[in-house]
Design a binder for this molecule. Structure first.
Ligand code: LRH
Length: 471
């Protein structure tokens, strides 16, 4: 049979990419087409994304993808969650804020004065993160003058097609989606002064959003259909986890480590609320019951500080090899310490957190890298144990997908500290999940393909690296 192909746009907090995904009837293959950097940009009024630059890279990447694969059937877009752009008279009002901007603290206060967290949790099912969209809305005085607020992938889809909507998995991270009904919680929005008009209609993964049109079509060079995928990157990643058993957990590890289980129904218990576990929307109505652990952000920000200091790049593989060779006691810190959330001078801030706890501060760069990786692994192990407790499951394996799956030190440390085998890979789970949901909409896997059928394609297409826990 002929090879089928789609394009995936996957935007992460530190880099974005455009990929071609091809299916030959048995296996799925990804071809990277474009990769571009991303990160916070300090503006006059706070931290932003350079969305205009990202969108330019997306258009260029799609044009290149079509040159390489003229038979592309569609494109799907996913990105990090919670952030949005405001549209007025068809145009973006300003560059979207970055979720690490500290204006959200104001929003948290304002929202909790009206609806305390204890009330929010059973309504929206979300763990408390100070940047959940509802808190950002509460700190955004431009909301009222805008026609619509679009989450980042929805914003890209709007600029490409002119169609506005809110893809369901990503909408579940706003805090304004009712976790029981799956509809916008308009009662809550009204109480928070959020106009219902800024919340567009919900769109399910697999839906044809529209076709690339207008100037975008001219730039890209074709009228390509845009298909909604699990547009929250973590939803796409989880869709592509080749789960080995119903009692297997997953960690989607990039900037964040999203640690949890896939469930059929949300867990909204007091214990889940106290443990700050989230019930986000997955592809096909599954629930992503997970906790956000600060992931490779700690390492990438540390490396960035050293590179600024040196004026030259730091080689990560060499650093991690040296970190693995460090002997003796490794001091640990709480990876989720809120003081480590903002960008800037990470080594000094980790040092301060260690010192405050009376722990020694590693004197060498490999020593600090080791402390960071082991601290992340310990936070992963703690979250895995909590997930098991909250769901009554006995876990038998952990799938570690995303960029972190290439970090052997992290994978082994996670196995050791959790006491569970770690199955590492695929590294590009998010792009694979994006491609799989498009492929299903295009009929690649038959009319009734389930999420398990999609995962079987991943199993057939990638090989996993197994890390056994050491005593
Ligand atoms: C990971 C992620 C995560 C969100 C955070 C904002 O990229 O989407 O699931 O909590 O970014």
């Amino acid at each position: 049979s002929a090879v089928r192909a789609v394009a995936a746009v996957d935007l992460g907090a530190t880099s974005g990419r455009v990929m071609i995904g091809r299916f030959d009837g048995g296996m799925l293959r990804l071809e990277p087409v474009a990769r571009f950097p991303n990160g916070p940009v300090a503006g006059q009024d706070g931290l932003h994304w350079d969305f205009s630059a990202l969108y330019g890279h997306i258009l260029d990447g799609l044009r290149l993808a079509l040159e390489r694969e003229p038979a592309l059937e569609s494109v799907g877009i996913d990105s990090w969650a919670v952030d949005y752009g405001l549209i007025r008279d068809g145009a973006l009002v300003a560059e979207p804020f970055h979720y690490r901007d500290d204006r959200t603290a104001r929003g948290v206060e304002a929202v909790h004065a009206v609806a305390p967290f204890d009330e929010l949790y059973p309504r929206n099912g979300l763990q408390f993160l100070p940047f959940n969209t509802l808190y950002q809305f509460a700190a955004d005085d431009r909301l009222t003058g805008s026609d619509v607020a679009l989450l980042i992938p929805d914003l890209v889809a709007f600029l490409l097609t002119g169609r506005r909507g809110a893809e369901r998995t990503n909408a579940s991270t706003t805090g304004l989606l009712d976790v029981r009904t799956g509809a916008w919680d308009l009662g809550l929005a009204a109480r928070l002064g959020i106009p219902a008009s800024v919340l567009p209609a919900i769109v399910d993964p697999g839906t044809h959003i529209g076709d690339v049109s207008g100037v975008a079509a001219t730039h890209v060079g074709a009228v390509l259909p845009v298909i909604a995928v699990g547009s929250h990157d973590t939803a796409s990643a989880v869709a592509a986890v080749p789960l080995s058993s119903p009692d297997a957990a997953y960690i989607s590890c990039g900037t964040w480590g999203l640690v949890g289980l896939e469930l059929d129904a949300p867990v909204l218990s007091d214990a889940a609320r106290a443990a700050n576990f989230t019930n986000e929307g997955g592809v096909d109505g599954r629930v992503r019951f997970l906790h956000n652990v600060t992931g490779l952000w700690l390492l990438s920000e540390t490396v960035r500080a050293w590179e600024d200091e040196d004026g030259s790049p730091v080689a990560l593989p060499e650093l991690l090899d040296a970190a693995a060779a460090v002997t003796g006691d490794v001091p640990l810190f709480d990876a989720d310490d809120p003081r480590l959330a903002a960008p800037g001078d990470m080594p000094a801030r980790i040092g301060a957190v260690l010192a405050e706890a009376g722990s020694p501060i590693p004197a060498t760069r490999p020593g600090l890298a080791r402390t960071i990786v082991e601290s992340i692994a310990q936070a992963f192990a703690d979250a895995l144990a909590t997930a098991a407790l909250l769901t009554g499951r006995e876990l038998d394996a952990v799938h570690l997908v995303g960029g972190g799956s290439l970090n052997r030190l992290l994978c082994q440390a996670t196995a050791d500290r959790s006491g569970l085998p770690v199955l590492a890979g695929p590294v590009e789970a998010t792009a694979l999940g994006n491609v799989l949901v498009q492929g299903r909409a295009q009929g690649w896997f038959g009319p009734d393909a389930t999420l398990e059928d999609l995962r079987a394609v991943v199993t057939a297409s990638v090989s996993l690296v197994r890390y056994e826990p050491r005593g």
